[in-house]
Design a protein around this ligand. Structure first.
Ligand code: ASP
Length: 511
């Protein structure tokens, strides 16, 4: 136990950072009562922090009756109401704050802003954001370069087609299984029927305004358009905007075409991209040196902002999902790794530790992609030609955690609205959640927006998303772990069936 921190393996450092970050975040949790008010008095800008208030009434300067009133439990409602006001309306507000005994009052004139009071746990978030951005900027060049080299070394369109076919089949099957497990759990536990009418009403009023904006973002995805869009009109555009599937398509085409070009012309191109991809991998090593700091900041900010009350309210929903996640992770992935990949599942999970921890802290499959590629190549012995194809594809289209979450959330919301999904509806959910998870971008929170498509397919009111919004971030962290682990499990199986699963290299990422 006496290992000096500097000598500790990386995954331990990250784990330690995660635990410490959670403790720090819980200690400096944002108060549900404290508010920062900036206001103007006699043309001077002032600010005040209020904490033990009993109620706040807002007045327009020219009216005697309050335009809105909030009790001390209504911090979120108050902030949402305030955010929804027009700028002009905000400026003329007067806030009358009443304290405990009902007598002491203070008036704040010309209110300029009202915000939650940020704590140190949340203030350090930019360190985490910086870490994620460093990983994100590696992802696109890494995928491009390693996939060009990978496809050029496969050299055979039939082989690419075969690997592609197997990959897609495995991805689709595991996703459908994930949703089925989720729905079975939802049918057994029935989390929606365990939510009291009072809690559901409270959640609906608190989160409704946030949801309306999200619903407007997403209307429908067309299958045909999605397929057509895989072929980029302009690959540079695709690279610039980080559209993973068109990038994968372009890189595979370049790699395959290189095998048709005269050797003296193609060799320098391949070795350029080979060197470039090694440089990107080296960059992952450098960035991972700050991983513990990044993870600490990300977890601390998330926990610091998280209202633990909501965990209590939505406990059954969270428990249903987490049991589903664990079953999928332990049974489905272990079986794929053991029977198709002929690898000891323990070795698999151990090799993937860093990637799983980064996925959990970042909630982003895209940010985790470089680390996942590195873990798969160095710790699991999956060759670059497989990882560079299977993993970026998986980060974009294979999201078992997201799909299961969309299935369970649909069943949960339907139950809250009073009905269990019929078998036919559940089959529709399996189909639409598979498609919706394919369309989900590998960044935080998008699974929630794509959920709208699944809800619409079985006529469950989409406003119901308000019920689960408050707990989404924490569940996003868990589902992202599943998303990237599924990609790695399939990559292991594909490498084995192609007969190229090798031994781990000496310079494993954790060493
Ligand atoms: N955060 C998830 C991912 O990046 C996507 C989601 O479910 O929101 O894999």
């Amino acid at each position: 136990m006496n290992i000096p921190i500097r000598k500790m393996p990386l995954h331990r450092k990250i784990l330690l950072a995660l635990v410490l970050g959670a403790i720090f975040g819980a200690l400096f949790n944002i108060s549900k009562y404290k508010l920062d008010i900036t206001y103007r008095q006699a043309t001077e800008q002032k600010s005040a922090t209020i904490e033990t208030w009993e109620r706040i009434d807002f007045f327009r300067s020219d009216q005697a009756a309050p335009v809105a009133s909030f009790g001390k439990e209504d911090q979120l409602k108050l902030l949402q109401w305030y955010r929804g006001l027009e700028n002009k309306e905000k400026q003329s507000l007067i806030a009358r704050v009443t304290w405990g005994d009902g007598r002491t009052e203070i008036r704040f004139t010309e209110v300029q802003s009202i915000e939650k009071v940020k704590t140190i746990a949340v203030v350090i978030r930019p360190i985490g954001t910086l870490f994620i951005r460093l990983l994100m900027f590696i992802a696109i060049p890494l995928v491009l370069a390693s996939l060009i080299v990978g496809a050029a070394s496969l050299g055979d369109i039939r082989k690419v087609g075969r690997i592609g076919g197997k990959t897609l089949a495995l991805y689709m099957v595991t996703t459908a299984v994930a949703i089925t497990i989720g729905l079975v759990m939802a049918n057994i536990i029935k989390p929606g029927f365990r939510l009291s009418a009072e809690s559901s009403e409270k959640l609906m009023t608190e989160f409704q305004p946030d949801i309306r904006a999200k619903i407007q973002q997403k209307t429908a995805i067309s299958m045909i358009d999605t397929i057509i869009n895989i072929v980029p009109q302009n690959p540079i555009n695709a690279l610039a905007s980080g559209d993973m599937l068109p990038i994968v398509f372009f890189a595979v085409m370049v790699g395959l075409t290189l095998t048709l070009v005269r050797k003296e012309k193609s060799d320098p191109v391949v070795s350029f991209f080979d060197g470039f991809s090694d440089t990107m991998i080296q960059m992952v090593h450098l960035v991972m040196k700050i991983a513990p700091f990044g993870v600490f900041a990300l977890i601390s900010a998330t926990v610091g902002e998280f209202g633990f009350d909501i965990l209590q309210t939505l406990l059954w929903y969270a428990v249903t999902l987490i049991i589903g996640f664990v079953l999928h992770l332990l049974i489905v992935y272990s079986s794929i790794v053991k029977f198709l990949g002929r690898m000891n599942p323990l070795k698999f999970f151990r090799g993937l530790r860093e990637a799983m921890l980064i996925a959990f802290s970042s909630s982003s499959s895209a940010a985790t992609l470089p680390v996942n590629m590195e873990c798969c190549e160095k710790n699991l012995g999956i060759p670059k030609q497989i990882t560079s194809f299977v993993l970026p594809l998986g980060a974009t289209i294979n999201m078992d955690g997201t799909a299961m979450y969309q299935g369970v959330a649909t069943a949960f919301i339907a139950q809250v609205y009073g009905h269990d999904l019929t078998i036919a509806e559940q089959l529709t959910v399996v189909l639409t959640a598979t498609l919706a998870s394919i369309g989900t971008a590998p960044v935080p929170g998008v699974g929630l927006i794509m959920l709208i498509i699944v809800l619409r397919s079985v006529n469950v009111p989409e406003e119901g998303i308000a019920l689960i919004l408050g707990i989404d971030r924490i569940l996003d962290m868990c589902r992202t772990v599943l998303n990237i682990t599924g990609d790695a499990a399939c990559a292991t199986a594909i490498a084995r069936t192609e007969g190229v699963l090798g031994e781990p290299s000496a310079e494993a990422i954790s060493s």
